[in-house]
Design a protein around this ligand. Structure first.
Ligand code: TYD
Ligand code: MG
Length: 471
């Protein structure tokens, strides 16, 4: 029976793991092209515990009330990392750290491993990508050579598990990367979805029964040709993405899934010659050089999780020479920009149809908050009218299709951060959700607006009046 299923060829999408009986150019499930690869054996099913079938055991069913103590946490001491994981690693849990090759995943995890080992925990770092000597070189560069991290360069899951099980369970096991691991249980080549899934499953099972926290590293490929860690995302307790824009030394660790904590937290690092350095005050990083003399820059008082982050939004609106004007965005949502442009055109009589529009978020940050609408609009209008915004001004608020400015959450925290960084003007919605920021005292003048057209008028007036005080 088993042999029969094993010999049967099937085609597994390397992007999403969907199985198809015959080859197709495009995966029916995820729509990815050229992702189907022939694999023999049942996809991942054989990777179950592998025990002979027996009749089921009766399991006790439990109620919702009962013992529910918070999972204890193991903190690495790297605060930015601990915050994103929701307060530290949870014993027995599995975490996936994904990111483009070369972004610094191995560096981050080696630093975390070093910190934990230094604090007396047992940490095992299994690398399938690099030789021991390479890891040692990196450790020397990170000044971690003295830390008692246990290294192995191995890809065979059965060997890794045997090693782990032969001794007291470690606090943390790092598998770098999940794509290199392979198990005897699956017949496909290493790196295929079946292998990745079976290997991850085996390590997750080990984590659950031993109480060790397991961290997988996964490469994310843009074209999805190599088995993406997508299939693993569903299996693990948390997924962190390590991102950064090419050319910037800033790296952002972002939780996209977390069964034990919030998913909107970010950790900010800077890649230096000696490894990743924590950036406790990211606002300073995402603010460009503000002179108040160049048009098209507006400071957005944003929130990343529980933390306020001030970031400069840069816009360039220039007459186009093309039939269809160009719209290019970095760090923000393209369709959101289209919406703001339409609102400016329809409700504020700002002509943009014959202009190219470029929008950039400084420092390589990606903003997902709708609260950035007002700052984006301010940057666009400032550039269109060639009217610089005052250097000490911040903006936040959501723009609705009618041109009304909608309140956003956490206004007081945003204002406080702005004031801390020396800003003394804020343009915000009339009724900030959760209380207004009027009690900011003398040092912060806030201007509340109800309609986007008021902002456009104020920026327009600043050109004629020569003063930008009312922006
Ligand atoms: P790495 O952690 O190997 O990336 P990943 O595991 O995500 O593929 O980091 C690779 C890059 O980081 C490499 O281009 C060199 C750079 N780097 C530094 O700038 N400083 C350092 O101290 C280290 C260790 C790496
Ligand atoms: Mg690496």
């Amino acid at each position: 029976m088993r042999a029969a299923t094993r010999n049967k060829a099937q085609f597994v999408c390397q992007n999403c793991g969907a199985v198809s009986p015959r080859w197709q150019g495009r995966c029916d499930d995820c729509g990815e092209w050229n992702a189907l690869v022939e694999e023999t054996g049942s996809a991942g099913v054989a990777a179950g515990p592998g025990k002979p079938r027996r009749s089921g055991r009766i399991i006790p069913l439990e109620g919702l009330v009962g013992d529910s103590t918070e999972a204890p946490r193991v903190q690495t001491g790297i605060e930015e990392f601990d915050r994103v994981t929701g307060g530290g690693l949870v014993p027995g849990s599995a975490l996936l750290v994904g990111g483009d090759p070369g972004i610094g995943k191995s560096t981050l995890l080696l630093q975390a491993a070093g910190a934990l080992a230094g604090a007396g925990h047992k940490v095992v770092y299994v690398s399938g990508e690099e030789a021991i000597a390479q890891i040692r070189l990196r450790a020397a560069r990170l000044d971690l050579s003295k830390e008692p991290v246990k290294l192995a360069a191995e890809t065979h899951i059965e060997d890794i598990l045997a090693t782990l099980e032969s001794d007291q369970a470690p606090t943390l096991v790092i598998a770098d990367s999940i794509q290199t691991l392979w198990t005897d249980r699956a017949d496909s080549a290493p790196g295929t979805v079946t292998q990745v899934r079976a290997s991850a499953q085996a390590l997750i099972r080990y984590a659950k029964h031993s109480g060790a926290a397991v961290v997988f590293v996964g490469h994310v490929t843009k074209d999805g040709q190599i088995a993406g860690p997508r299939v693993v995302e569903h299996m693990v307790d948390g997924v962190l993405y390590f991102e950064g824009e090419g050319g910037h030394q800033f790296r952002i660790l972002r939780a996209v899934k977390n069964r034990f904590g919030p998913t909107d937290e970010i950790g900010v690092f800077e890649m230096t010659g000696g490894g990743l350095r924590e950036v406790p005050n990211p606002s300073e990083l995402f603010l460009g050089e503000r002179t108040g003399k160049t048009a098209g820059a507006a400071v957005f008082a944003g929130m990343e999780g529980t933390r306020p982050v001030l970031v400069e939004i840069q816009a360039l609106v220039a007459p186009t020479s093309l039939g269809t004007p160009r719209r290019a965005v970095i760090g923000w949502d393209q369709s959101r920009l289209a919406m703001i442009l339409a609102v400016l055109e329809a409700h504020c009589r700002v002509r943009l149809g014959d202009c190219d529009v470029y929008l950039n978020v400084a420092g390589g940050l990606r903003i997902g908050e709708p609260a950035a609408d007002l700052a984006v609009a301010a940057a666009l209008v400032s550039s269109r009218l060639n009217a610089p915004l005052p250097a000490e001004s911040v903006f936040f608020g959501e723009v609705s299709l009618s041109g009304a400015i909608r309140p956003v959450a956490h206004a007081p925290i945003r204002l406080k951060e702005a004031r801390k960084l020396g800003f003394c003007h804020a343009t915000l919605p009339a009724l900030p959700a959760g209380g207004a920021g009027e009690d900011m005292g003398e040092s912060m003048k806030s201007r509340t607006i109800e309609q986007l057209v008021e902002l456009v008028a104020a920026i327009g007036a600043s050109i004629h009046g020569g003063s930008t005080d009312n922006v």
